[in-house]
Design a protein around this ligand. Structure first.
Ligand SMILES: C[S@@+](CC[C@H](N)C(=O)[O-])C[C@H]1O[C@@H](n2cnc3c(N)ncnc32)[C@H](O)[C@@H]1O
Length: 280
């Protein structure tokens, strides 16, 4: 049954048209939270909508309403609990690994699971991987599960709550011999790894470009960079490639683009893209 059908008796025709068509569910069969965007016109009906979501999805124990897009350095939504349990910490399962997270405290998007697998499937045995902007460590966990013979993943995160969850995720996925979690600013913490890494991942599309110099300095000769960027539809990959080439050139390095792809939509006629490149 669809949400809209469940609400047929309680909302008028106009209101039914505005009911959210989709929402994120993070968690497990036992306990999950739903994150939903509710149109201003339906604000007075938000509890009804939340209850319907919980009725349809028995595992959803809390419903959080988005009060904003992702904001600030930690890239968190402002979320308001509109129904259910105050405790919104959950354990999410994807591709056989577990991610413990409270979406009110740390960034996590279940929609990026396929992209994480795409990156993880490129990692080769013994590689040293730098995971900048690590969040809950989910890219690192995905890599270690897909490529158990990876050398090490160095995972740097600035949000102390996200860092706490990263440590928890390393523990519950039994990866303490593979992932080195570091709390701090990539600008500072990467310095210890200059010239050491076979691969650098930059999953921070809005501001990652500011740290390209640092990322490139981490890479060995012929290392691989995964550079995420927000692009307009008109200049889908050009801007990202130009910025990358400019930064590499400053350091006397060259860029060989291996692949470019749209990862997802980002507002009106804007896209999140990823450039995979070899830095020679
Ligand atoms: C878009 S989120 C991605 C998180 C994680 N990689 C994921 O995919 O779930 C970007 C993350 O970068 C962190 N961050 C922002 N600026 C940072 C910096 N200068 N150094 C380290 N981490 C930073 C934020 O706290 C946030 O957790």
């Amino acid at each position: 049954m669809k949400l809209i059908e469940l609400l047929k008796e309680k909302l008028n025709e106009q209101e039914l048209k505005l009911v959210p068509r989709s929402f994120d569910i993070i968690g497990s069969k036992g306990k999950a939270v739903a994150i939903v965007k509710i149109r201003r016109e339906l604000e007075s009906k938000d509890k009804l909508i939340a209850e319907a979501i919980m009725k349809l999805n028995k595992n959803v124990k809390s419903v959080l309403k988005k009060l904003s897009g992702r904001v600030g350095k930690y890239r968190l939504y402002n979320l308001e609990l509109i129904a259910g349990d105050e405790n919104t910490e959950v354990i999410h399962k994807e591709y056989g690994y577990l991610i413990k997270v409270d979406p009110r405290k740390a960034y996590f998007s279940p929609r990026e699971a396929t992209e994480r697998q795409r990156i993880a499937s490129q990692v080769k045995p013994n590689e040293i991987v730098m995971l900048m902007f690590a969040g809950t460590g989910v890219y690192g966990i995905a890599i270690c599960k897909k490529q158990p013979n990876v050398g090490k993943v160095i995972a740097i995160e600035i949000n102390p709550d996200a860092f706490y969850y990263m440590q928890e995720n390393i523990r519950i996925n039994k990866l303490s011999d593979k992932i080195i979690p570091i709390l701090g600013d990539v600008e500072e913490k990467c310095k210890d790894y200059f010239g050491c890494c076979d691969r650098v991942i930059m999953p921070f599309a809005i501001e990652g470009w500011k740290y390209l110099e640092t990322a490139i300095k981490c890479l060995k000769q012929n290392g691989i960079l995964h550079f995420y960027f927000i692009s307009s539809e008109e200049r889908l990959f050009q801007d990202a490639i130009e910025i990358l080439m400019k930064e590499a050139e400053k350091l006397g390095r060259k860029v060989e683009v291996l692949s470019k792809r749209i990862v997802g939509r980002f507002g009106v006629r804007m896209h999140k893209v990823c450039i995979d490149a070899k830095i020679t």
